[in-house]
Design a binder for this molecule. Structure first.
Ligand SMILES: C[S@@+](CC[C@H](N)C(=O)[O-])C[C@H]1O[C@@H](n2cnc3c(N)ncnc32)[C@H](O)[C@@H]1O
Length: 270
């Protein structure tokens, strides 16, 4: 294991207490909806990387995808336009689903792609199995990548693909890094071993990079900052300010240097 090559002293403090005071699930969801209002892709990918992922998945016309925690549906709608696939996106946020439906209409794929308001952790439908089942950036629905694959297993065809978008530690986390970025993540190879342990073989991957992470994170700061300027008396102002401060600090101190992210293309072996 390589040692982190930078100091951990003089790390600016993050107003954790204040951030956590409003950190119930609904508030966190709301802060993301605000800060990602201008985003179409709610993960550290650019449009090019999303397109590349579609190509490496060798999608074919008529295939069907189930996208759990689909966000604004950019993956399903653009892949439907580019490859002729259809499918279902599931999310718990009405705000992102409204954007997803609008995008489907804009790309004229609304007859092939549908969006459902539901908890992806318990979602089932009678049109399964799918050719492709994805969970990009939300494996908490299954308690981690292994549990999410177990949850997905009954909904994917035997020769189908599973796509998992997941962070990993580029270097072992420095003190404070896990508190800031989240507990339970592991190295890149450790992540792949977690897939292997539940019978999922890695067959392809497309990684985020510093620039694509910056587009995801830094673009949120502008949007959040503008919202704060436009809503000085809003009851969520203090919570949103803390969310923004924490987002900037955790990313600049820890995330940008230590956290990687990619979408892992998997085939089930059992
Ligand atoms: C990091 S975003 C990723 C969105 C999308 N997969 C993408 O990559 O653009 C996580 C998404 O998960 C949704 N979400 C969180 N918990 C959920 C749950 N239990 N069931 C369904 N959606 C959930 C959020 O509303 C949000 O849209």
């Amino acid at each position: 294991m390589t040692e982190p090559n930078y100091p951990t002293e003089n790390v600016p403090s993050v107003p954790l207490e204040a951030a956590e005071a409003g950190s119930n699930l609904a508030m966190t969801l709301r802060f993301h909806e605000i800060s990602e209002a201008e985003h179409r892709i709610l993960n550290p990918y650019t449009e090019d990387k999303l397109r590349l992922l579609g190509e490496v998945c060798r999608l074919r016309e008529g295939q069907r995808q189930l996208d759990l925690c689909c966000g604004k549906g950019e993956m399903l709608t653009t892949w439907s336009r580019d490859h002729g696939i259809g499918g279902v996106g599931v999310d718990i946020s009405e705000v992102v689903l409204a954007a997803a439906r609008q995008r489907a209409a804009e790309l004229q794929v609304e007859d092939r792609v549908h969006f459902v308001l539901a908890d992806a952790g318990t979602y089932r439908d009678d049109t399964a199995p799918y050719d492709l089942v994805s969970c990009i950036g939300a494996t908490w629905i299954g308690g981690g990548p292994g549990g999410t694959i177990d949850l997905i297993r009954p909904m994917v065809r035997p020769q189908g693909l599973v796509l998992i978008g997941e962070p990993y530690w580029i270097t072992p986390p420095t003190p404070g890094a896990e508190d800031a970025m989240g507990h339970g993540f592991t190295s890149l190879i450790g992540t792949v071993e977690r897939f292997n342990a539940v019978g999922a073989e890695l067959v392809e991957l497309v990684m985020a990079d510093h620039d694509s992470w910056d587009r995801y994170m830094a673009a949120q700061w502008w949007t959040a900052s503008q919202w704060l300027r436009d809503h000085p008396d809003h009851p969520d102002h203090a919570g949103m300010q803390n969310f923004l401060d924490r987002s900037r600090t955790t990313y600049l101190v820890y995330g940008r240097r230590q956290f990687g992210w990619g979408v892992f293309v998997l085939r089930l072996t059992r």
